[in-house]
Design a protein around this ligand. Structure first.
Ligand SMILES: NC(=[NH2+])NCCC[C@H]1O[C@@H](n2cnc3c(N)ncnc32)[C@H](O)[C@@H]1O
Length: 458
C-alpha cells in the first residue's frame, strides 16, 4: 500500500517537476505559455477575494497554470483568477480508470511491494497470531483471503489450522506465483488461488471467515475496504466472521520540530543570505493572512509551506514525546455493519487537553485493527500502528499546519476531522482538519477556528 503511494508520489514528483512553476508563471502572459487545458466545474464556487475566480457548476474553464495542487490559474469568459482544483475535472474525454486498476494491480504484480509487506513483522505476525489462536475453531471452516498477495495468510491457515477450504483471491499477476507457493508448501489440497478482482470472481460456496489485509495510509487510502465490504455482502455466510472485525483511526496534536526545521527554518540563514521570503509572505500583505486555511491562494501562502505542507507526510515516525496530548480515536469502523456509501464522507470529533507546553506543528494519524476471537471468551488480537507499538511499514501520517502555534499545558485543541472520498479518483480522499486552540486561562475564543484540507493524494 505505501509502495503504491510511493509509486504514485514518484509519478507526482515527475508531474510536480512540470508544474512547480512559481506563481509568477500563472501571471506570465507571453506567447510561450503552454495551451490551456479545458476543465469542467463540478460545483459552484464563489471567490472570497479579488484574485479568486467565481464560477458555476458546468462552466468550462481554461486552466493556464497549476502553481499548486490546491489552486490553479484559470480563465472564464476572458477573466482570469485562482480556482480550487478540487472543484474541477477534465471533460468526459479523460479515459483514465477512476480506480487506476492497471497501475494499482500492476504495482502489486511486483515482488517489491510484497517484500516490504512480508518484511513488516508486526503486520504479518499479527495475522499469524490470529490464525494460530483460532486454529481449533478454524477446523472444517471455509475461508476467503481477499487480496492474498503471495498467499501468506492462506498458507498460515493451511499450516496452522485445518480449514476445509481456503479461497485465496488476488487480482494482480502475482497470483500466478502464489499458486507455485501453495504447491511448494504442500497446501494445494486446501488452498485454491483465484486470480481476479474479488468483486468479479465466483466462489463455489459461501465462506465462514473473510480475512483480508486491506489497510492503507490513514487506514483508508486505496479504498480496498470497499472490496472487502462487497465481498462480505456477497460471500460471507450469515453469522460468519470478518477479520479484521473493527478498525479505528487515531489522531494526536504533535510537535514536528525536525520536519519543520528541515523544510522551513532551513531558509532562515543560507550562506549568510536571507531566504525567509520563501517561507513568509509578510512583505506582501499588511496583516499576515492566516495560512492555515483553504481560503488563501498560492499568492498568499508561502512557497515552502505550499510545496511541503500541502500533502500529508505518509512515512512519518512520531516519537511518543512529540505527542502534545493523549491520542484520540476519531473514526471507528465496525466491519460487520459498515456500508460502502458511508465511505464517501466520514467525520470524527476531537477534544485534546494539552499535557505539555510545546509547539503545535500539526496532527499525526495512525490506525489500529482488531480481530475478534472465534472462541467464546477468546482473546481478540490487535494490530496497532501507533508510536507506542512496534513500528510497521505504515509508520504514521503527519499533517503539518502552515503556521505552528505555541501551546501550553492546560490549553485545549478541539475540532473535527473529515475524510472526503474523491468523487472521481476512487482510491483517493481529502482529509480536512478543523481545529480551535483555546488557552487554558482565557474564555474559549471560537474566532480562532482554523481549517486545512490535505489531498491524499488527488
Ligand atoms: N493493505 C493494503 N492496502 N494492501 C496490501 C494488500 C493488497 C493486495 O490485495 C490485492 N487486491 C486489492 N484489491 C483487490 C481486489 N478487489 N480483488 C483482488 N485482489 C485485490 C492487491 O493486488 C495486493 O496484492
Amino acid at each position: 500500500m505505501l509502495r503504491y503511494v510511493v509509486k504514485r508520489l514518484v509519478s507526482y514528483k515527475i508531474l510536480n517537476q512540470e508544474i512547480t512553476s512559481p506563481v509568477m508563471q500563472a501571471e506570465k502572459e507571453d506567447e510561450d505559455e503552454p495551451p490551456p487545458e479545458e476543465y469542467v466545474a463540478l460545483s459552484d464556487f464563489t471567490g472570497s477575494d479579488s484574485d479568486q475566480l467565481s464560477f458555476a457548476s458546468g462552466d468550462k474553464l481554461l486552466v493556464h497554470a497549476k502553481p499548486s495542487l490546491a489552486w490553479w490559474w484559470a480563465e472564464l469568459q476572458g477573466v482570469r483568477g485562482y480556482v480550487p482544483a478540487s472543484h474541477l475535472c477534465q471533460d468526459g474525454t479523460e479515459e483514465e480508470d477512476p480506480w487506476q486498476d492497471e497501475e494499482y494491480f500492476g504495482s502489486y504484480g511486483t515482488l517489491k511491494l510484497h517484500l516490504e509487506m512480508l518484511s513488516d513483522k508486526s503486520r504479518t505476525e499479527a495475522y499469524r497470531q490470529v490464525i494460530l489462536s483460532n486454529s481449533a475453531s478454524l477446523r472444517s471452516k471455509v475461508v476467503m483471503d481477499l487480496g492474498c498477495g503471495t498467499g501468506i495468510i492462506s498458507l498460515f491457515c493451511a499450516q496452522l489450522a485445518q480449514p476445509s477450504a481456503v479461497y485465496a483471491v488476488e487480482a494482480s499477476s502475482i497470483a500466478e506465483y502464489t499458486r507455485h507457493l501453495v504447491k511448494q508448501n504442500g497446501c494445494e489440497e486446501v488452498v485454491t488461488v483465484l486470480q481476479g478482482r474479488a468483486e468479479e470472481i465466483e466462489l463455489p460456496e459461501q465462506v465462514d471467515i473473510l480475512v483480508s489485509e486491506w489497510m492503507g495510509s490513514c487506514l483508508l487510502f486505496e479504498f480496498m475496504v470497499e472490496s472487502v465490504l462487497l465481498a462480505r455482502d456477497r460471500w460471507l455466510r450469515e453469522g460468519g466472521v470478518i477479520w479484521p472485525s473493527s478498525a479505528a483511526l487515531t489522531l494526536v496534536p504533535c510537535q514536528a520540530n525536525s520536519y519543520y526545521t528541515e523544510k522551513i527554518t532551513f531558509w532562515e540563514q543560507l550562506y549568510g543570505l536571507d531566504f525567509t521570503p520563501l517561507h513568509t509572505k509578510a512583505s506582501d500583505c499588511t496583516s499576515q493572512p492566516d495560512f492555515n486555511t483553504d481560503r488563501v491562494t498560492p499568492k498568499q501562502r508561502p512557497l515552502a509551506q505550499q510545496e511541503f505542507f500541502t500533502k500529508p507526510m505518509f512515512n512519518h515516525l512520531i516519537e511518543p514525546s512529540d505527542c502534545l496530548a493523549a491520542p484520540c480515536d476519531v473514526i471507528c469502523l465496525d466491519m460487520y455493519t459498515l456500508q460502502v456509501k458511508e465511505l464517501e464522507e466520514m467525520k470524527g470529533q476531537f477534544h485534546f487537553c494539552v499535557e505539555k507546553s510545546g509547539v503545535f506543528h500539526g496532527f499525526t494519524a495512525w490506525f489500529s485493527v482488531r480481530f475478534d476471537s472465534l472462541e467464546t471468551r477468546g482473546t481478540a488480537v490487535e494490530l496497532n500502528t501507533g508510536p507506542n507499538s512496534e513500528p510497521t511499514h505504515w509508520k504514521q501520517t503527519l499533517f503539518m499546519l502552515d503556521m505552528p502555534v505555541s501551546v501550553h499545558a492546560g490549553d485545549s485543541i478541539s475540532g473535527s476531522i473529515f475524510l472526503h472520498r474523491n468523487p472521481k479518483w476512487r482510491r483517493h480522499m481529502t482529509i480536512t482538519l478543523n481545529w480551535n486552540v483555546n488557552s487554558g486561562t482565557e474564555e474559549p475564543d471560537n474566532s480562532q477556528a482554523e481549517t486545512k484540507s490535505f489531498p491524499m493524494w488527488r
